[in-house]
Design a protein around this ligand. Structure first.
Ligand code: HPA
Length: 274
């Protein structure tokens, strides 16, 4: 098994001379939210294919490139397009961008995703601040050789989503007049959506939103010592009740775009305040 540290070194090597000043903040953008990368000023975009040993994103709504530049005052590095277990990537592949973003110099990570609303009060098009998660993928990116140069063998996950970044997001949303839901994100492997019985089960277990990403990256971020702020774009009703419509990727992407509009404003304002 290739060590993550060796893969990161190879990726960094192939990026030499293409990255300018170190980023302050890293972002990983979810399905249908890639347009947030269009707000970057002075962008340098590097397709994943040009990064040595880097897996290529293939999911709908994921461009598959690294975008470096500025959002407001902040220097950012954005993974525009993420990797998922359901594409056949391993948990270690999925986590690799987190370590690369950290190696580029990022000091905090913002993750976004598209998610179904398990919580009946959530409406498609709304944004949820992720307070915590339940990893139901059955996978863990830290399974494998211990790599002390990257982090602890048994990282603490009790504050996986940074409390002060969450408080900042709440204050900023209020100041911007953006309705910000809060809750627990459940991560599953996919690619099939959940049955109605599974959705009721996850809701009764405390889940508020469900999707096929994020949890593995957040485990890697905890390992790497990167504070995380996470947002879900609620794209469909996933209550498992009779009110639920059959899900389509078209509706998911359309509602991700609606939520993405407020999320983009919120993220920009977060940087204004820095
Ligand atoms: N379930 C899982 N993943 C998703 C959903 C969902 O309902 N909506 C968007 N991504």
């Amino acid at each position: 098994m290739t060590l993550q540290a060796d893969r990161i070194a190879a990726a960094l090597n192939s990026l030499e001379n293409r990255v300018g000043d170190p980023p302050d903040t890293a972002l990983i953008l979810g399905s249908g939210l890639g347009h947030l990368a269009d707000m970057v000023t002075d962008p340098v975009a590097i397709p994943y294919e040009e990064i040595d040993g880097f897996p290529h994103a293939t999911a709908p709504g994921h461009a598959g490139r690294l975008v470096l530049g500025r959002l407001g005052q902040a220097r950012v590095a954005i993974a525009q397009g993420r990797l998922h277990l359901y594409e056949g990537w391993s948990a270690r592949d999925v986590a690799l961008p987190v370590y690369l973003l950290k190696a580029l110099g990022a000091r905090q990570l913002i993750v976004t995703n598209a998610a179904g609303g398990l919580n009946a009060i959530f409406e498609p098009g709304q944004v949820m601040l992720i307070d915590d998660h339940i990893n139901f993928t059955g996978a863990n990116p830290l399974a494998g050789p211990d790599e002390p140069s990257l982090g602890l063998r048994f990282p603490d996950m009790s504050r996986a989503y940074d409390p002060s970044l969450r408080a900042l997001a709440m204050r900023t949303a209020e100041a911007e007049g953006i309705t910000l839901r809060r809750g627990i994100y459940v991560g599953i492997a996919g690619p099939s959506l959940e049955t109605s019985a599974e959705r009721r089960f996850f809701a009764s277990a405390g889940g508020d939103a469900i999707g096929m990403s994020t949890v593995l990256e957040v485990i890697a971020a905890a390992h790497a010592g990167l504070p995380v702020l996470g947002f879900s774009a609620i794209t469909n009703v996933a209550t498992g009740g009779p009110e639920q419509e059959p899900d389509t990727i078209e509706a998911v992407l359309a509602n991700a775009a609606i939520a993405g509009e407020s999320l983009g404003r919120l993220i920009l304002r977060l940087f204004d305040g820095e």
